[in-house]
Ligand binder design. Sequence first.
Ligand code: GDP
Length: 201
Amino acid sequence: MRVFPKFLLSAHSPEQFPEPSVPEIAFLGRSNVGKSSLLNALLGSKQAKVSSTPGRTRAINFFAIADSPQRQQPPQRVKMYFADLPGYGYAKISKSITAEWPKFIEPYLAERPTLALCLCLVDSNVPPQESDAQLIHFLRSAGRNFLVVATKADKLSGNGRAKARSALTQGLETDNLLLCSAKTGSGLKELWSAITDAATL
Ligand code: GDP
């Protein structure tokens, strides 16, 4: 699919969220997990650098994603929004993912009516983390559709990938996991399929 991403806005409070209209895909993960790189790889441009400009890292950054049904044609209509959420888990002593998160993140995840899929990014080179397990537990109890996206898979051998998958599915208690790499592009096609499936339900 040829997509046309456009940065929409940075929201620092619920009043600033765009009107719920099209399905939304949320990108979540600990700081440094590779979220900006993955967004850029998916969107084929340097969109996510917006989120690292000062003042925007504690916000939810919304991108409007339009598509074109045929090659060479201009974008037709906005199909979905991507919501880039602030990274968590930076402070080592933080007991909870929510302690350092702006207060509007949990309500966003629990209540946003158009939220179609939560992509939970974890580093495939790092053992399962308590903060990621907490986030997944929260999403489960909120009844949210989620997919664990294990990033930086290019750093692992074939055997390493199998081991990482097994450790993460056990530690995070889900089989709903996709290994991918923003660097090589592996897994991105499957990730787009999961995104478009969720957005068209
Ligand atoms: P963010 O803080 O979650 O937005 O993470 P970034 O996208 O800024 O990436 C954090 C670090 O991981 C950077 O040094 C990236 O170059 C590196 N990184 C991100 N994605 C990949 C990947 O797919 N493969 C490898 N090898 N490194 C990656």
